[in-house]
Design a protein. Structure first.
Length: 263
Protein backbone atom coordinates (compact mmCIF):
# COMPACT_ATOMS: atom_id res chain seq x y z
CA UNK A 1 0.00 0.00 0.00
CA UNK A 2 1.33 3.41 -0.86
CA UNK A 3 0.48 6.46 1.22
CA UNK A 4 1.84 9.02 -1.17
CA UNK A 5 -0.75 11.77 -1.66
CA UNK A 6 -3.13 10.24 0.86
CA UNK A 7 -4.97 12.45 3.33
CA UNK A 8 -5.04 11.06 6.86
CA UNK A 9 -7.15 12.19 9.76
CA UNK A 10 -5.12 11.51 12.91
CA UNK A 11 -6.42 11.48 16.48
CA UNK A 12 -4.06 10.99 19.42
CA UNK A 13 -5.24 10.27 22.95
CA UNK A 14 -2.78 10.06 25.89
CA UNK A 15 -2.90 6.85 27.86
CA UNK A 16 -2.44 7.30 31.64
CA UNK A 17 -2.63 5.02 34.64
CA UNK A 18 -4.97 5.83 37.57
CA UNK A 19 -2.33 8.13 39.11
CA UNK A 20 -2.09 10.14 35.96
CA UNK A 21 1.29 8.94 34.87
CA UNK A 22 1.69 8.90 31.11
CA UNK A 23 2.00 5.37 29.82
CA UNK A 24 1.84 6.18 26.18
CA UNK A 25 -0.64 7.33 23.60
CA UNK A 26 -3.28 5.81 21.39
CA UNK A 27 -2.96 7.02 17.87
CA UNK A 28 -5.80 6.53 15.39
CA UNK A 29 -5.25 7.26 11.72
CA UNK A 30 -8.06 7.20 9.18
CA UNK A 31 -7.60 7.44 5.41
CA UNK A 32 -9.98 10.22 4.36
CA UNK A 33 -8.55 10.70 0.86
CA UNK A 34 -11.72 9.58 -0.88
CA UNK A 35 -14.04 11.54 1.40
CA UNK A 36 -11.98 14.68 0.85
CA UNK A 37 -11.93 14.26 -2.91
CA UNK A 38 -15.70 13.73 -2.93
CA UNK A 39 -16.19 16.87 -0.83
CA UNK A 40 -13.95 18.73 -3.28
CA UNK A 41 -16.05 17.47 -6.21
CA UNK A 42 -19.30 18.54 -4.55
CA UNK A 43 -17.83 22.01 -3.93
CA UNK A 44 -16.77 22.25 -7.56
CA UNK A 45 -20.22 21.23 -8.81
CA UNK A 46 -21.88 23.76 -6.50
CA UNK A 47 -19.52 26.48 -7.73
CA UNK A 48 -20.27 25.58 -11.35
CA UNK A 49 -24.00 25.64 -10.68
CA UNK A 50 -23.71 29.09 -9.09
CA UNK A 51 -21.64 30.34 -12.03
CA UNK A 52 -24.20 28.87 -14.42
CA UNK A 53 -27.01 30.73 -12.67
CA UNK A 54 -25.03 33.96 -12.90
CA UNK A 55 -24.27 33.41 -16.58
CA UNK A 56 -27.91 32.57 -17.27
CA UNK A 57 -29.07 35.71 -15.46
CA UNK A 58 -26.63 37.92 -17.36
CA UNK A 59 -27.45 36.24 -20.68
CA UNK A 60 -31.14 36.83 -20.11
CA UNK A 61 -30.58 40.52 -19.38
CA UNK A 62 -28.45 41.00 -22.49
CA UNK A 63 -31.22 39.68 -24.72
CA UNK A 64 -33.68 42.54 -24.24
CA UNK A 65 -31.40 45.46 -25.15
CA UNK A 66 -30.06 43.35 -28.01
CA UNK A 67 -33.56 43.01 -29.43
CA UNK A 68 -34.10 46.75 -29.39
CA UNK A 69 -30.65 47.40 -30.92
CA UNK A 70 -31.58 45.02 -33.74
CA UNK A 71 -34.88 46.81 -34.26
CA UNK A 72 -33.27 50.26 -34.47
CA UNK A 73 -30.54 49.04 -36.81
CA UNK A 74 -33.23 47.72 -39.14
CA UNK A 75 -34.99 51.08 -38.94
CA UNK A 76 -31.76 52.88 -39.85
CA UNK A 77 -31.19 50.41 -42.66
CA UNK A 78 -34.59 51.23 -44.11
CA UNK A 79 -33.88 54.96 -43.87
CA UNK A 80 -30.44 54.59 -45.40
CA UNK A 81 -32.18 53.46 -48.60
CA UNK A 82 -29.52 51.04 -49.75
CA UNK A 83 -26.41 52.91 -48.70
CA UNK A 84 -23.89 51.18 -46.41
CA UNK A 85 -25.77 47.97 -47.03
CA UNK A 86 -22.62 45.86 -46.41
CA UNK A 87 -22.18 47.39 -42.98
CA UNK A 88 -25.81 46.80 -42.06
CA UNK A 89 -25.57 43.18 -43.15
CA UNK A 90 -22.51 42.60 -40.96
CA UNK A 91 -24.03 44.37 -37.95
CA UNK A 92 -27.24 42.35 -38.20
CA UNK A 93 -25.48 39.02 -38.65
CA UNK A 94 -23.18 39.75 -35.71
CA UNK A 95 -26.19 40.62 -33.54
CA UNK A 96 -27.79 37.33 -34.59
CA UNK A 97 -24.61 35.52 -33.64
CA UNK A 98 -24.63 37.06 -30.15
CA UNK A 99 -28.26 36.02 -29.86
CA UNK A 100 -27.38 32.44 -30.83
CA UNK A 101 -24.57 32.27 -28.27
CA UNK A 102 -26.89 33.57 -25.58
CA UNK A 103 -29.57 31.06 -26.52
CA UNK A 104 -27.08 28.18 -26.28
CA UNK A 105 -25.70 29.53 -23.00
CA UNK A 106 -29.19 29.70 -21.53
CA UNK A 107 -29.96 26.16 -22.68
CA UNK A 108 -26.76 24.97 -21.08
CA UNK A 109 -27.10 26.85 -17.81
CA UNK A 110 -30.81 26.15 -17.36
CA UNK A 111 -31.53 22.89 -19.09
CA UNK A 112 -35.25 22.23 -19.20
CA UNK A 113 -36.53 18.69 -18.72
CA UNK A 114 -37.16 17.00 -22.06
CA UNK A 115 -40.71 16.81 -23.44
CA UNK A 116 -40.50 13.23 -24.57
CA UNK A 117 -42.45 11.61 -27.33
CA UNK A 118 -42.03 8.65 -29.61
CA UNK A 119 -39.43 9.59 -32.20
CA UNK A 120 -38.32 7.58 -35.22
CA UNK A 121 -34.62 8.26 -35.53
CA UNK A 122 -34.32 7.51 -39.25
CA UNK A 123 -37.02 10.04 -40.13
CA UNK A 124 -35.38 12.71 -37.99
CA UNK A 125 -31.95 12.05 -39.49
CA UNK A 126 -33.30 12.13 -43.06
CA UNK A 127 -34.94 15.46 -42.29
CA UNK A 128 -31.64 16.92 -41.09
CA UNK A 129 -29.69 15.48 -44.01
CA UNK A 130 -32.13 17.03 -46.46
CA UNK A 131 -31.47 20.43 -44.89
CA UNK A 132 -27.72 20.04 -45.42
CA UNK A 133 -27.73 18.07 -48.65
CA UNK A 134 -26.83 20.98 -50.92
CA UNK A 135 -24.06 22.19 -48.64
CA UNK A 136 -22.55 18.72 -48.31
CA UNK A 137 -22.65 18.24 -52.09
CA UNK A 138 -20.91 21.55 -52.64
CA UNK A 139 -18.23 20.52 -50.15
CA UNK A 140 -17.69 17.14 -51.83
CA UNK A 141 -19.08 15.21 -48.89
CA UNK A 142 -20.76 11.87 -49.58
CA UNK A 143 -23.32 10.73 -47.03
CA UNK A 144 -23.20 7.01 -46.24
CA UNK A 145 -26.27 5.67 -44.46
CA UNK A 146 -26.34 2.47 -42.45
CA UNK A 147 -29.79 2.22 -40.90
CA UNK A 148 -30.77 -1.00 -39.20
CA UNK A 149 -34.43 -1.68 -40.05
CA UNK A 150 -34.99 -3.21 -36.61
CA UNK A 151 -34.10 -0.04 -34.79
CA UNK A 152 -36.97 0.90 -32.56
CA UNK A 153 -38.07 4.40 -31.84
CA UNK A 154 -36.75 6.36 -28.91
CA UNK A 155 -38.61 8.32 -26.29
CA UNK A 156 -37.07 11.73 -26.72
CA UNK A 157 -37.53 15.45 -26.97
CA UNK A 158 -37.52 15.94 -30.74
CA UNK A 159 -36.24 19.51 -30.57
CA UNK A 160 -33.35 18.51 -28.34
CA UNK A 161 -32.52 15.44 -30.40
CA UNK A 162 -32.56 17.54 -33.57
CA UNK A 163 -30.15 19.99 -31.96
CA UNK A 164 -27.88 17.18 -30.79
CA UNK A 165 -27.67 15.50 -34.19
CA UNK A 166 -27.38 18.81 -36.03
CA UNK A 167 -24.37 19.79 -33.93
CA UNK A 168 -22.70 16.47 -34.71
CA UNK A 169 -23.47 16.75 -38.43
CA UNK A 170 -22.20 20.33 -38.60
CA UNK A 171 -18.99 19.41 -36.77
CA UNK A 172 -18.45 16.46 -39.10
CA UNK A 173 -18.96 18.72 -42.13
CA UNK A 174 -16.56 21.31 -40.74
CA UNK A 175 -13.95 18.60 -40.15
CA UNK A 176 -13.95 17.83 -43.90
CA UNK A 177 -13.38 21.15 -45.66
CA UNK A 178 -12.05 19.32 -48.75
CA UNK A 179 -14.69 16.62 -48.82
CA UNK A 180 -14.88 13.07 -47.56
CA UNK A 181 -17.40 10.57 -46.23
CA UNK A 182 -19.98 11.29 -43.61
CA UNK A 183 -21.34 8.09 -42.14
CA UNK A 184 -24.52 7.76 -40.14
CA UNK A 185 -25.29 4.47 -38.48
CA UNK A 186 -28.43 3.76 -36.50
CA UNK A 187 -28.60 0.34 -34.88
CA UNK A 188 -29.57 -1.48 -31.70
CA UNK A 189 -26.79 -1.10 -29.13
CA UNK A 190 -24.85 -4.03 -27.72
CA UNK A 191 -26.53 -3.27 -24.39
CA UNK A 192 -30.10 -4.49 -24.23
CA UNK A 193 -32.70 -1.72 -24.48
CA UNK A 194 -30.47 0.89 -26.07
CA UNK A 195 -30.10 2.38 -29.53
CA UNK A 196 -26.87 3.69 -31.03
CA UNK A 197 -26.54 6.62 -33.40
CA UNK A 198 -23.09 7.05 -34.86
CA UNK A 199 -21.95 10.09 -36.80
CA UNK A 200 -18.54 9.53 -38.36
CA UNK A 201 -16.36 11.54 -40.67
CA UNK A 202 -13.12 11.08 -42.59
CA UNK A 203 -11.94 14.50 -41.53
CA UNK A 204 -9.06 16.10 -39.68
CA UNK A 205 -9.49 14.10 -36.47
CA UNK A 206 -8.90 15.19 -32.87
CA UNK A 207 -5.64 15.04 -30.94
CA UNK A 208 -5.64 12.99 -27.68
CA UNK A 209 -5.04 16.21 -25.75
CA UNK A 210 -8.10 17.91 -27.26
CA UNK A 211 -10.23 14.80 -26.83
CA UNK A 212 -10.19 15.41 -23.07
CA UNK A 213 -11.62 18.91 -23.42
CA UNK A 214 -14.23 18.35 -26.11
CA UNK A 215 -17.30 18.68 -23.91
CA UNK A 216 -16.05 21.62 -21.85
CA UNK A 217 -18.11 24.76 -22.60
CA UNK A 218 -16.27 27.24 -24.84
CA UNK A 219 -13.60 24.77 -25.90
CA UNK A 220 -13.07 25.39 -29.60
CA UNK A 221 -10.26 25.17 -32.13
CA UNK A 222 -12.25 27.04 -34.77
CA UNK A 223 -11.78 30.69 -35.54
CA UNK A 224 -15.52 31.21 -35.82
CA UNK A 225 -16.49 28.63 -33.22
CA UNK A 226 -18.10 29.24 -29.86
CA UNK A 227 -17.40 25.85 -28.35
CA UNK A 228 -20.90 25.34 -27.02
CA UNK A 229 -22.04 22.71 -29.54
CA UNK A 230 -20.66 19.60 -27.85
CA UNK A 231 -21.29 20.93 -24.33
CA UNK A 232 -24.95 21.17 -25.34
CA UNK A 233 -24.85 17.69 -26.89
CA UNK A 234 -23.51 16.33 -23.62
CA UNK A 235 -26.22 18.01 -21.58
CA UNK A 236 -28.96 16.76 -23.96
CA UNK A 237 -27.68 13.18 -23.83
CA UNK A 238 -27.51 13.35 -20.04
CA UNK A 239 -31.08 14.58 -19.75
CA UNK A 240 -32.15 11.56 -21.84
CA UNK A 241 -30.21 9.14 -19.62
CA UNK A 242 -27.92 8.27 -22.50
CA UNK A 243 -24.21 8.41 -23.24
CA UNK A 244 -21.97 10.07 -25.75
CA UNK A 245 -18.56 8.65 -26.66
CA UNK A 246 -15.98 9.66 -29.18
CA UNK A 247 -13.20 7.92 -31.04
CA UNK A 248 -10.78 9.79 -33.22
CA UNK A 249 -7.51 9.56 -35.05
CA UNK A 250 -5.69 12.62 -36.29
CA UNK A 251 -5.76 12.73 -40.08
CA UNK A 252 -8.16 9.80 -40.39
CA UNK A 253 -11.41 10.93 -38.87
CA UNK A 254 -13.78 10.90 -35.95
CA UNK A 255 -16.79 8.95 -34.76
CA UNK A 256 -19.28 10.26 -32.22
CA UNK A 257 -21.47 7.56 -30.71
CA UNK A 258 -24.71 8.47 -28.95
CA UNK A 259 -26.41 5.71 -26.97
CA UNK A 260 -30.03 6.31 -26.00
CA UNK A 261 -32.57 4.15 -24.22
CA UNK A 262 -35.08 2.79 -26.70
CA UNK A 263 -38.78 3.16 -26.24
N1 LIG B 1 -16.07 15.74 -36.04
C1 LIG B 1 -15.04 16.44 -35.54
N2 LIG B 1 -13.80 16.34 -36.09
C2 LIG B 1 -12.76 17.04 -35.60
N3 LIG B 1 -12.84 17.87 -34.54
C3 LIG B 1 -14.02 17.99 -33.94
C4 LIG B 1 -15.19 17.30 -34.39
N4 LIG B 1 -16.21 17.62 -33.59
C5 LIG B 1 -15.71 18.48 -32.67
N5 LIG B 1 -14.41 18.72 -32.87
C6 LIG B 1 -13.51 19.56 -32.06
O1 LIG B 1 -14.18 19.90 -30.87
C7 LIG B 1 -14.26 21.31 -30.70
C8 LIG B 1 -15.52 21.65 -29.96
O2 LIG B 1 -16.67 21.37 -30.75
P1 LIG B 1 -18.02 22.17 -30.49
O3 LIG B 1 -19.03 21.70 -31.44
O4 LIG B 1 -18.32 22.10 -29.04
O5 LIG B 1 -17.61 23.66 -30.77
P2 LIG B 1 -17.29 24.34 -32.18
O6 LIG B 1 -17.76 23.47 -33.29
O7 LIG B 1 -15.85 24.71 -32.19
O8 LIG B 1 -18.15 25.66 -32.12
P3 LIG B 1 -19.77 25.74 -32.14
O9 LIG B 1 -20.14 26.35 -30.85
O10 LIG B 1 -20.03 26.59 -33.33
O11 LIG B 1 -20.29 24.36 -32.29
C9 LIG B 1 -14.14 21.85 -32.11
O12 LIG B 1 -13.64 23.17 -32.13
C10 LIG B 1 -13.18 20.87 -32.75
O13 LIG B 1 -11.84 21.18 -32.41
MG1 LIG C 1 -19.73 22.65 -33.29
Amino acid sequence: MTWRGAVLEVQAVPLRDNRGTMLGAICLARDVTQVRSMQEQVRRVEKLAAMGELAAGAAHEIRNPLTSIRGFIQLLQARAAGSHSDYFKIILSEIDRIDEIIRDLLLLARPSPPHRMETTLTILVEELLLLHQAEFERQGIAVVRDFNPNTATVDADVKMLRQLLLNLLINAGQAMPYGGNLGIRIAPAAEEGYVVIEVSDTGVGISPENLKRLFVPFFTTKEEGTGLGLALCYSIVQSHHGRIDVESQVGLGTTFRVTLPRR
